[in-house]
Write a protein that binds this ligand. Structure first.
Ligand code: TXA
Ligand code: MG
Length: 320
C-alpha cells in the first residue's frame, strides 16, 4: 500500500497535467486528468497510441457517474449498480466536460469504476475523473505488475504506483447497453454469463475490424515481442526445442521446451486469466525465438483469454 503521501503526491501530479500509472484489479492504467485535453494528449504520446483509439474514463465511485454524464438508461444503471466497482466498462454519452480527444471524437464515452483501493483513493484525491488506458505501448502486452510498466513505458510516466499484481490480470469487459440490444465490444474480466444474469441476452461483437470502435478489438493486439503461435491443442504443438517457449493451460507439455509457463495447474480459468499477461511477459523475457500457446476452454473467462491469445498470434500471422 503506498503511503498516503505517495497518493497525495501522485494526485497533485495528475492535477497539474502529469501522467500517473496506477494499479487496478484488471491491469495497470496510465492515468491523466480526463477534463484536461493536454494531459490526455500526453497519454497518446507516451503510449504511441493512434489518436483514433478512445480512452476509458475512470471514476472513484458509481455515485459519481450521473453528476458527470447525466441520467443513464435502465440497463446501464442496472449494470453499474451490480458490477461497480469492478471490471466492467460501460458506454455512455460523452458529456461536454470531457474533451473530445479523450473519446477520439466519438459522441460516446467509455467509463468504469475500478475495484482497487489505490485506484479509487487516487481518483478521489485527484478530485477529477481519470482517462486511463492500459499502461503499455500500443499493441503490446498489458501490464499486470508495476515492473511491467516501468520496463515498457519508463521515463514517459511521471509516477508509477505499485499495488502488487493485478487480481484479474485481463482488461475490463466493455458493453454498450444504451440501446435495446446490448453489445459486448470487448470480452474481458467480467464473463458474458454474469452480464446476462442482469440484462438478459447480449450480442458479442465479432472480433476484428479495420474501423476500430474499440481497438482492443483490433485483430492484432496484446502482443509479446517474441512471435507467438496459437496451436489448436497440445498435441499439435510439436516437440519443443531449444529456441521455443510454451504457454500451457493446465498440463506441462511433452517434449523439451526452453521455457514453459502453466496458467493454472488446477484448470481454474480465473487463475489462468490472472496469470496470462504475466506468463507472456516472462516468456518474452527469456529470449526464445517463438512462443507456442494452446487455447484454454472457451467458456466464462476462458473466452477473454482465448481472445487475447488470438490477437497476440494475429500480430505475427495476419491470416488469423
Ligand atoms: O481494464 C481496463 O479496461 C483497463 C484498465 C486500466 O481500466 N483499461 C484498458 O484501456 O484496457 P485500453 O485503452 O487499453 O482499452 C480501452 C478500450 C479500447 O479498445 C477503446 O477503443 C475502447 O476501450 N473504447 C474507449 N472508448 C470507447 C467508446 N466510446 N466506444 C467504444 N469503445 C471504446
Ligand atoms: Mg490496452
Amino acid at each position: 500500500m503506498p503511503a498516503d503521501g505517495d497518493l497525495g503526491e501522485a494526485a497533485a501530479v495528475l492535477r497539474t497535467g502529469g501522467l500517473v500509472a496506477f494499479p487496478t484489479e484488471t491491469v495497470y492504467g496510465l492515468g491523466a486528468n480526463a477534463l484536461d485535453a493536454r494531459a490526455a494528449a500526453r497519454i497518446f504520446e507516451a503510449k504511441q497510441r493512434p489518436s483514433f483509439d478512445p480512452l476509458i474514463t475512470h471514476l472513484a465511485d458509481a455515485a459519481d457517474l450521473e453528476p458527470l454524464v447525466g441520467a443513464v438508461g435502465p440497463a446501464v444503471a442496472a449494470l453499474a449498480a451490480r458490477f461497480w466497482p469492478g471490471p466492467l466498462t460501460l458506454i455512455v454519452d460523452r458529456p461536454d466536460e470531457i474533451p473530445p480527444i479523450v473519446t477520439s471524437g466519438l459522441d460516446s464515452m467509455a467509463v468504469r469504476v475500478p475495484d482497487h483501493e489505490h485506484a479509487r483513493r487516487l481518483i478521489a484525491a485527484a478530485g477529477v475523473p481519470l482517462a486511463a488506458p492500459s499502461a503499455n505501448r500500443f499493441g503490446q502486452l498489458s501490464p499486470t505488475r508495476a515492473e511491467h510498466v516501468v520496463r515498457g513505458l519508463g521515463a514517459a510516466v511521471d509516477v508509477v504506483l505499485d499495488g502488487g499484481p493485478s487480481r484479474c490480470g485481463i482488461e475490463s469487459t466493455i458493453v454498450d447497453a444504451r440501446g435495446d440490444h446490448p453489445v459486448v465490444l470487448r470480452l474481458g474480466a467480467l464473463p458474458v454469463e454474469e452480464l446476462e444474469k442482469v440484462i438478459g441476452p447480449v450480442t458479442v461483437r465479432p472480433g476484428s475490424s479495420g474501423q476500430p470502435v474499440a481497438p482492443g478489438t483490433l485483430a492484432a493486439h496484446y502482443a509479446p515481442r517474441t512471435p507467438l503461435r496459437l496451436v489448436s491443442s497440445a498435441e499439435s504443438a510439436g516437440a519443443g526445442g531449444p529456441g521455443r517457449g510454451y504457454l500451457a493451460f493446465r498440463d506441462r507439455p511433452a517434449g523439451d521446451w526452453a521455457a514453459v509457463e502453466v496458467l493454472s495447474g488446477s484448470g481454474d480459468l480465473t487463475e489462468a486469466a490472472a496469470r496470462l499477461f504475466d506468463a507472456l511477459h516472462r516468456l518474452d523475457a527469456v529470449g526464445v525465438a517463438e512462443i507456442v500457446a494452446e487455447p484454454v476452454p472457451d467458456t466464462g473467462l476462458g473466452r477473454a483469454v482465448n481472445d487475447r491469445l488470438r490477437r497476440a498470434a494475429a500480430t505475427w500471422d495476419p491470416a488469423i
